[in-house]
Design a protein around this ligand. Structure first.
Ligand SMILES: [Mg+2]
Length: 340
């Protein structure tokens, strides 16, 4: 297989700010694997600074791995993913792009969408949340919540200096929406404890990553006192992180850009299920190409947060989407993604 990697710059409709900062412009890498017969599979890398990745480090990783793909059998996805684990250990975004492209290629060759290859029913996909990032002021926040009126489930980013006020405003503007909260590791256990009542008061039904990633005992402390289910995101990168989170959280948030492969995502689902945990899948700021890979296994999830492309003003791809939060998957083969 020949590997082609191209950097794409995309923009969010509003600056996407979370507890540790954010931007309006993001760079992703579009990966195309072309086999000897001309068949092509696509994938996307959405690098995360938090995990030490940039679009440049993804491009370097692609150059490093291209020779391995040149002599690889495109059906041997498991073997290629094991090689990726060894060679690109510290670049999950890059691994994810190649894994997605291999799955896209295999399903296209078989002439079926990936969800069908996995034996899934698109109707079983849970509704996706739509994220309200940290806004600079109350008026901006109100406008953003009103703009998101089509989405019945909102995920509010907290971890700023006016969290309580944010909750009150969002609930005022969206009186009937289901509300979820993501603090992106911003709080101490004491702060999290103090937030439980304000969160309950506005009817928040999920609290994502209140504490620092390593603070598993802190998560357990919060969960034991929380009427709201607690979900681990930054604390849960791959399947082997899950056993130590048992009892400390109610569920996990999988992201392909964190775990680095579709097969690892499947392992995470299986391990979490084995421990009776709730399973969610999230995303980074990604285009429809990146979101598609997760959308295809979304029927296996309890909760979806696949709004990465819906937050963009210039998505370069078309394919699976989330109008009103409903994950739509077509019968198009592979990931079902086209260049716009
Ligand atoms: Mg999160």
């Amino acid at each position: 297989m020949q590997l082609h990697a191209e950097m794409l710059t995309v923009h969010t409709t509003h600056p996407f700010i979370i507890a540790r900062g954010g931007f309006s412009e993001y760079r992703v890498v579009w990966v195309r694997l072309r086999d000897a017969d001309g068949a092509e599979g696509w994938g996307e890398a959405a690098p995360s600074r938090f995990y030490g990745e940039t679009a440049d480090s993804v491009m370097a990783a692609m150059a490093q791995f291209a020779p391995v793909l040149q002599r690889a059998n495109s059906w041997s996805i498991d073997a290629i993913e094991r090689e990726l684990e060894k060679t690109l250990r510290w670049n999950a975004a890059a691994r994810c792009a190649i894994s997605s492209a291999l799955h896209d290629l295999a399903a296209k060759r078989l002439g079926v969408p990936l969800w069908k290859l996995w034996g899934l029913d698109p109707k079983a996909a849970p509704r996706s949340t739509f994220t309200i990032g940290i806004a600079p002021d109350a008026e901006t926040l109100r406008a953003r919540v009103r703009d998101a009126a089509a989405y019945p489930i909102l995920k509010i980013k907290l971890g700023s200096t006016w969290d309580r006020e944010v909750l009150r405003i969002v609930r005022e503007e969206a009186p009937h929406a289901t509300l979820r909260v993501d603090a992106n590791a911003a709080w101490t256990p004491k702060q999290a404890l103090a937030m439980l009542q304000p969160l309950s008061d506005v009817g928040v039904d999920m609290l994502e990553q209140p504490l620092a990633p390593h603070d598993i005992e802190g998560l357990r402390f919060v969960r034991e006192r929380s009427p709201i289910p607690v979900v681990a995101d930054e604390s849960c990168v791959v399947a082997t992180d899950i056993p130590k989170l048992v009892g400390a959280v109610d569920g996990i948030n999988i992201k392909l850009a964190k775990c680095g492969s579709l097969r690892e995502a499947m392992r995470m689902i299986a391990v979490a299920r084995a421990h009776g945990m709730r399973v969610m899948c999230g995303c980074m700021i990604e285009t429809t190409l990146g979101i598609a890979a997760a959308a295809h296994f979304s029927p296996l999830l309890d909760d979806a947060d696949l709004d990465g492309a819906a937050l963009l003003s210039d998505d370069p791809f078309t394919g699976p989407s989330i109008p009103n939060g409903q994950v739509t998957l077509s019968d198009a083969p592979g990931l079902g993604v086209q260049r716009r």
